[in-house]
Structure formats: structure tokens, C-alpha cells
Design a protein around this ligand. Structure first.
Ligand code: C2O
Ligand code: CU
Length: 546
């Protein structure tokens, strides 16, 4: 129960493509009669209550195989992942493979691609991973992803074009489970009040950055007071694969004394660009190449607007003392990546879109119901497309908060304001009052969730579907699935989806000009003091001036 499968810092030999399952006990042999040579390799993910050590603090939570993050899963592009979910939780659950262009029945989307797996039951996920890159997996039921039910999924390129000496997987998270109640308690708290504390602010995120101050922010399941160390020799070229698995926190990522060369966004390669810092929304991933100096350096992921941070150490020499969690990192206020800096490779350009559909992101006056074209998840927006076509989704954020919008099953192309073909991504941050265009090539038939990856917004209704059948009309959303303590999601939560769902057909041409897709380059966090309201901030981890 202690520590994690990440050992001393998640260092992974590039040669060990098999992952870490061998250490996790004998995998079951499925498909029994096949000869030994034909036996597929199965990873077992046991979802169950566990006590997990976050570094000088052990918490009760739900996790895969008793570790946070869950076991690292590694595969090779074109290969197959086989993972058996064993549900030992007191609630139904699923595993969603975030960012993978997956076969629809394996998507782990409850009520859409499958019925959630009940307590005591198992579900076998078996799917091809067509594209190399940095991905992750997580429960897709209720607030479970804000517990410990997430892990990294790395797909290696058999012809990896990048050269590097070391590779590290860095999973970021915001943590309250077992410290300040549970994520379900937090959702109920947000739902029960019409007064919304908007003092968590960030200029770079266009206003309110988040709604919850978490007691801890974690790198690979560790608090800043007991950080992981990523070690290498001086001068080594290191690849960092950074995943934001948080529920309500964007992280501003930097490594003290170093610049970051961005090579991939959401798993897909981009033309390399070198910056000081990158804002990473929930569900986004970035890969960086860094040539490491001689010494010991702070790796920081500042919880944007929340005046706290996740922290780890990068060490290439045994001599210097480890940097302190509060170490000053000027790179955090240096040149920040914008989407405008990112370009897809020529071979990753999508065909020109032939249709366009508008999706308005809204908030109802309650302040705890978030909508897509005015609709909530219990009567979801369904964007209908035809297989083979490319559609443009024009998102207009009319709500007062930013949203990391995620589409299942596809990697879309972000288009710049002048039509420039920007990066391939599966999760994109859209700021308040911003209009942002993405092109989606419908080459993977199914019903695909399209939602905000702020988990609270997702559960408060911000969930639609992009569909080109086969629709599974036999499925039900799990109800009261969060350990029986849920239910507080009033009209915005997941109810049974309304089968009278109307399609929103892509209409005519898009009107007007986009406002561009920059993430803004605002510096520093908004100020504003947080007052009472029953928040239990842990000031020990508040940091001055990052
Ligand atoms: Cu990682 Cu539907 O999400
Ligand atoms: Cu949102």
C-alpha cells in the first residue's frame, strides 16, 4: 500500500517496453485453450479501497492496485492493450482510455459505450493502440477520477524519431480525498450553494481558474514535502511526459534553471518549440525535451490561481542539497507556450472541414449547471456526423470560466484564427469569451463523449456526444454510483440519458471571425484573498510568489 509503482521517481528505461506488470503478480490466463505461445498478456487493474501514502500522510481512497497513480501501462503503437478491470469497489466503475483512438465498445464511457461494471464483476478491455504518445486512463464514473483511480498509459513509437537518454512520466493531480471528505462531498458542497467563491483567479485563464482549493497537489502521488526525484547524469537529454490528471486544477509547469522544448501535445508530435513554462489543463498532456544541467533543480507545477504547487526534484549530481518545495522558479513567469506556437506536422493535417457546427458553452444562473448549447448531460447535446466527413466544431465560451474540452476517440485539429492548421489535440482549453475552432475527422464510428474535463463541470452537466452510431440504446448511466453517497447532482448530474435526444445537425457555414486560440500570456496569478466559507485550506503548502 505504500509508495507506488513509480519507484524512485518514475524513471523508466526506454528498453523496458513491457511495463511493470510482471511485478504485480501473475496475470490471469484468459481465452484458456490457446497454447502458451498464443497467450495474450493481461494486465489486471484491481479497483478497490486502499490506504495510500502520499508522503508523510496516508489517506483512505479508491485506487487501482493500491497505488496512486495506478500501474504504468506501456504498449507499442499498433500493438494491443489487454487490461482486466476487477471491480472491488462498493460502486460501479469503468476504465476510460483517455486520448486513445479506441474501438468504441472499449471506451469505458458509462451509459454510452458500456454499462458500468458492477461491484464484484470484471470487464476485459482489449484494444489496439494505433498512435504512439502520452495518454492516461481513469475511471469515468461520477467523481471517481478525483479519487486515486487514474494512471499513465504510454504508447511507444517503434520508430521513435526523438533521441534522448532518459524518460520520465510525470502525473499531476489535485488531492482532497480522505483529507477534506471525498470528491462527492465537494460536489455536493458546490451544488448546494448558490454563492460562488470566485477568488481563485488567473489572468492566464481569463478569470476564475478553479472552484476548489485542494489540500495537496501531487507529482506521481507524492506531496511536496516528500517529493520524487528524477535522476540522470549531467548533460543528459531527458524526455518528460507530463499528464494533468487533476479534477479542478490547471498546472503551470516549469523546471528551475531550464527551458522546455515542447515536442508533443496530447500524444501527437508537433514542430518543436522552446519556452520557459506551459499551462496544462485537466486532461492535457505535454512532452518536453530538456538537456539537464549539473546540480539539483526544482520541478514545479504551480496550481494556477491557487497559490500552491506540486513539486519534484531533478537531480544530476549527488552534491547539492535538494531544492525546497517553495524554491523560487523564475521560469514560471517567463515565456509561456500558447496554442498559437504549436503546429501539427504535415502528415498529421486533417482534411478540410465541409460542415460546421456551433457549440455554445454556458452556465445557468445557479452557477453549478454548465451547458452545451443550453443542454445538460441528462438531456445531452448530440452532434451528428457522417462517417468519413470532417466537421468543424466552433466552440463559443459564453460562460464565465475556462473549460478544458475533451473529445473521446479522436484527435482533432485546432485551427488558428486565420485558418492556420494548429496542433492535433484531444483536449483543448477555451477561455471565457473565446471562440475556438476544432476540426474532427469522423473516422472512428461510435458515440463519443464530448465534455469538459473539469470533473465538477462534467458532473454538473457539461457533457455531450459526437455520434455516428451504432448507438447503444440498451445502456444506462450508473445511478448513485459514488459509493451510494452521490445523488447530490440535481438536474445537472448524470441521470439516465434521455433517449429522445435530439441531434444537432451540423449546419451551414461558420459566421464571423474567430478570436484566435491563444491561451493568453498573462503573467502571475490574480490576487484576492479567500475568506472563510468553510474552506479548509492547508496553509502549510501555500507558497509565496511562484
Ligand atoms: Cu479523460 Cu471523458 O475523459
Ligand atoms: Cu468546464
Amino acid at each position: 500500500m505504500n509508495g507506488s509503482a513509480w519507484g524512485s521517481g518514475g524513471r523508466v528505461s526506454r528498453r523496458s517496453v513491457i511495463g511493470m506488470f510482471a511485478a504485480l503478480g501473475a496475470p490471469p490466463v484468459l481465452g484458456g485453450t490457446a497454447g502458451a505461445a498464443a497467450r495474450p498478456r493481461w494486465t489486471v487493474l484491481r479497483a478497490r479501497p486502499a490506504r495510500v501514502d502520499l508522503g508523510r500522510r496516508t489517506v483512505a481512497t479508491w485506487a487501482y492496485d493500491d497505488v496512486v497513480p495506478g500501474p504504468l501501462i506501456r504498449a507499442t503503437a499498433g500493438g494491443t492493450v489487454r487490461a482486466r478491470l476487477v471491480n472491488e469497489l462498493p460502486a460501479p466503475t469503468t476504465v476510460h482510455w483517455h486520448g486513445i483512438r479506441i474501438a468504441f465498445p472499449m471506451d469505458g464511457a458509462p451509459g454510452v459505450s458500456q454499462e458500468a461494471t458492477r461491484p464484484g464483476e470484471t470487464f476485459d478491455y482489449e484494444f489496439t493502440v494505433p498512435d504512439a504518445g502520452t495518454y492516461f486512463y481513469h475511471s469515468h464514473v461520477g467523481m471517481q477520477n478525483d479519487r486515486g483511480l487514474y494512471g499513465a498509459l504510454i504508447v511507444d513509437d517503434p520508430h521513435e524519431p526523438l533521441r534522448y537518454d532518459e524518460e520520465y512520466t510525470v502525473v499531476l493531480d489535485d488531492w482532497l480525498d480522505g483529507v477534506n471528505g471525498t470528491p462527492d462531498d465537494e460536489l455536493r458542497r458546490l451544488n448546494s450553494s448558490s454563492e460562488h467563491d470566485d477568488s481563485i483567479r488567473s489572468a492566464a485563464l481569463g478569470g476564475v481558474a478553479g472552484e476548489t482549493l485542494y489540500p495537496y497537489y501531487l507529482v506521481n502521488g507524492r506531496r511536496p514535502s516528500a517529493p520524487v526525484t528524477f535522476s540522470a547524469r549531467p548533460g543528459a537529454r531527458a524526455r518528460f511526459r507530463v499528464i494533468n490528471a487533476a479534477a479542478d486544477t490547471a498546472f503551470r509547469f516549469a523546471i528551475g534553471g531550464h527551458r522546455l522544448t515542447v515536442t508533443h501535445t496530447d500524444g501527437f508530435p508537433c514542430a518543436p518549440v522552446t519556452v520557459d513554462t506551459v499551462m496544462i489543463g485537466m486532461g492535457e498532456r505535454y512532452d518536453f525535451l530538456v538537456t539537464l544541467e549539473d546540480g539539483a533543480f526544482p520541478l514545479v507545477a504551480a496550481a494556477e490561481g491557487k497559490r500552491a504547487r506540486a513539486f519534484a526534484v531533478v537531480r544530476t549530481s549527488p552534491r547539492p542539497a535538494a531544492p525546497k518545495p517553495g524554491a523560487r522558479v523564475p521560469q514560471l513567469n517567463g515565456r509561456m507556450l500558447t496554442y498559437g506556437d504549436l503546429n501539427a506536422r504535415r502528415e498529421d493535417q486533417l482534411p478540410t472541414a465541409t460542415k460546421s457546427v456551433r457549440v455554445k458553452l454556458g452556465m445557468r444562473p445557479s452557477g453549478s449547471e454548465w451547458t452545451l448549447n443550453g443542454r445538460l448531460a441528462n438531456d445531452p447535446l448530440r452532434l451528428r456526423v457522417d462517417e468519413g466527413e470532417t466537421i468543424r466544431i466552433v466552440m463559443e465560451n459564453e460562460s464565465p470560466m475556462w473549460h478544458p474540452m475533451h473529445l473521446h476517440g479522436h484527435t482533432f485539429q485546432v485551427r488558428g484564427r486565420t485558418g492556420r492548421r494548429g496542433p492535433r489535440k484531444d483536449t483543448v482549453n477555451i477561455m471565457p469569451r473565446e471562440r475556438l475552432r476544432i476540426d474532427v475527422h469522423a473516422d472512428n464510428p461510435g458515440e463519443w463523449m464530448f465534455h469538459c474535463h473539469n470533473l465538477y463541470h462534467q458532473e454538473q452537466g457539461m457533457m455531450g456526444v459526437l455520434g455516428y452510431g451504432p448507438q447503444r440504446r440498451d445502456l444506462r448511466m450508473p445511478h448513485g454510483t459514488n459509493g451510494g453517497t452521490s445523488g447530490g447532482t440535481h438536474s445537472g448530474g448524470h441521470g439516465r440519458p434521455d433517449r429522445r435526444t435530439q441531434d444537432d445537425r451540423p449546419g451551414g457555414r461558420e459566421q464571423g471571425n474567430g478570436q484566435g486560440n491563444g491561451q493568453g500570456n498573462g503573467q502571475g496569478n490574480g490576487q484576492g484573498s479567500r475568506q472563510g466559507k468553510g474552506r479548509r485550506d492547508d496553509r502549510r503548502y501555500r507558497l509565496g510568489g511562484h
